[in-house]
Every structure is written in C-alpha cells, then in structure tokens.
Design a binder for this molecule. Structure first.
Ligand code: ZN
Length: 86
C-alpha cells in the first residue's frame, strides 16, 4: 500500500506541516495514517495547539516591537527637527 507510512514518518510529516504546506501525497499519507493511528492523531493535535500558541505569542511580540519602532521613529524625527533648529 503506497499510503502506508510508519509513525516516525508521520511525525516527520506533521512537524513539516507546521512550517511548510504539505505536498498532496504527504497530505494523503498523513491523513491515511491519522485515520488508523490514535497516537499520531493526538500528536498532530497537540503539535498544532503548541504551534498556534507560539504563533499568537510571536504576533504579540511583533505588535510590541511595532510600538517600539514607532516611538523610536518619533524620537529620530524629533532629533532631526532639533538638529535643524540648532
Ligand atoms: Zn502513528
């Protein structure tokens, strides 16, 4: 059976799927494996939960750095104005 993969292969595909979109054949292999394997189904669910949590944490940090950049830019503009006035 072409779609038969081991749990090791399945977990590799699952972790790849967090970073990159899977190819059609990988998606089918994984889908088939998750259909027959409870352990990997749980692993898949947990990994996506963790990954989503990390992503939302990362987007929080991005928001913070945007605020920092904005205030930095303001200071730079103010300094430029002050430098011109001198
Ligand atoms: Zn498995």
């Amino acid at each position: 059976m072409k779609f038969m993969i081991t749990c090791k292969q399945a977990s590799q595909i699952i972790s790849q799927s967090l970073d990159n979109p899977l190819s059609w054949s990988d998606r089918m292999k994984l889908k088939f494996h998750l259909f027959i394997c409870d352990a990997c189904t749980r692993f898949n669910r947990q990994l996506h939960l963790i990954s989503n949590a990390l992503k939302s944490m990362r987007s929080d940090t991005e928001n913070d750095s945007t605020i920092q950049l904005t205030s930095e830019a303001k200071i730079r503009i103010l300094n430029n104005i002050q430098a011109k006035n001198h």
